[in-house]
Design a protein around this ligand. Structure first.
Ligand SMILES: NC(=O)c1ccc[n+]([C@@H]2O[C@H](COP(=O)([O-])OP(=O)(O)OC[C@H]3O[C@@H](n4cnc5c(N)ncnc54)[C@H](O)[C@@H]3O)[C@@H](O)[C@H]2O)c1
Length: 284
């Protein structure tokens, strides 16, 4: 992947930063964006390799400028990882207007921004006749119990080892889960429509991973910070980043249209492509 160019959104912290660092180590040119200005640290000592922008991915004009700057600087976009995201909760007794505000704000960053960035990048990928779009969804969509109940011989520490897991977060996750389920719609249609152009599109259905988001979410939900045992049970951003780049490294004949499940309590290894993705659904 030497000298290829990747875009990573939400790269100031958490999984996005781990992805950015892994791509830098692999020699990729990199365009990183985050609303948090600490994203600019990633350019330190490597201004030739990394372009950083402090921007809000829900602002179409800022995304448009980002893609134009990326192409202007590096000439192509080979990989685009829609990682920036937020979590929020809408308990069932919440006032409807407040619930609508939560839905709207999550939809804008978790779904609409991914759609817009994809739509801005796709023409450049079509022109190049190759590329890979990766959306970061959640294991609330594709669990170890759905659509297939998995055996748990190698994963006895999985919280759902004794009963299949339903495809959802919790009782207050309607807006969050809807915003992430929608990414599967983008992934499925884009993968089918773009395979003739050599473009792959995949969805990562990520389980609990130790990032600022989950630490804050756990604190908000429980009223106390996560315990060392909680943290020890979560996956690590570096291992998830490596797995995502392994998915990318499948190359032009790799899977497209998959919901790649990565779950706590299971080995963090790239699973085989879902059986529905037969050869006719591969890019080449
Ligand atoms: N950590 C987990 O357990 C977990 C599980 C499932 C899915 N995810 C998903 O993984 C992705 C990465 O999450 P994380 O855990 O690293 O979260 P994080 O909060 O640690 O990092 C998210 C980054 O996105 C940035 N961001 C948020 N809104 C933005 C906006 N409007 N414009 C620009 N940047 C913005 C934040 O500033 C932050 O740096 C998210 O899409 C999240 O929903 C995380």
């Amino acid at each position: 992947m030497t000298q290829r160019t990747a875009i990573v959104t939400g790269a100031a912290g958490g999984l996005g930063r781990a992805l950015a660092q892994a791509l830098i180590e692999r020699g990729s040119n990199l365009v990183v964006v985050d609303s948090d200005s600490s994203v600019e640290d990633l350019t330190s000592g490597r201004a030739d390799q990394v372009l950083a922008r402090v921007a809000d991915v829900t602002d179409d004009s800022q995304l448009t400028a980002l893609v134009a700057d990326a192409v202007d600087r590096f000439g192509s976009i080979d990989l685009c990882i829609n990682n920036a995201g937020r979590v929020d909760y809408a308990p069932m007794d919440l006032d409807a207007a407040q619930a609508a505000d939560i839905f709207e704000s999550l939809w804008r960053v978790n779904t609409r921004a991914c759609y817009m960035l994809g739509r801005l990048v796709i023409p450049h990928m079509i022109e190049a006749q190759h590329g890979h779009l990766i959306n970061i969804s959640t294991d609330h969509v594709h669990t170890c119990g759905y659509p297939n109940a998995l055996p748990h011989e190698d994963s006895s520490s999985c919280p759902w080892a004794s009963a299949p897991r339903r495809p959802l977060g919790g009782d207050a996750f309607d807006a969050y889960d809807a915003s992430k389920w929608a990414l599967n719609g983008l992934t499925q249609v884009w993968s089918q429509a773009l395979k003739r152009h050599g473009i792959r599109v995949n969805n990562i259905c990520l389980g609990a991973t130790d990032t600022p988001m989950i630490r804050q979410a756990m604190t908000d939900l429980r009223g106390t910070p996560p315990t060392p045992d909680d943290i020890a049970g979560w996956m690590k951003p570096d291992e998830i980043a490596d797995l995502i780049l392994e998915l990318h490294d499948e190359g032009p004949s790799g899977r497209t249209g998959d919901n790649v499940g990565i779950w706590v309590g299971h080995p963090v290894t790239l699973p085989p492509a879902h059986p529905v993705l037969d050869r006719s659904h591969r890019v080449r």
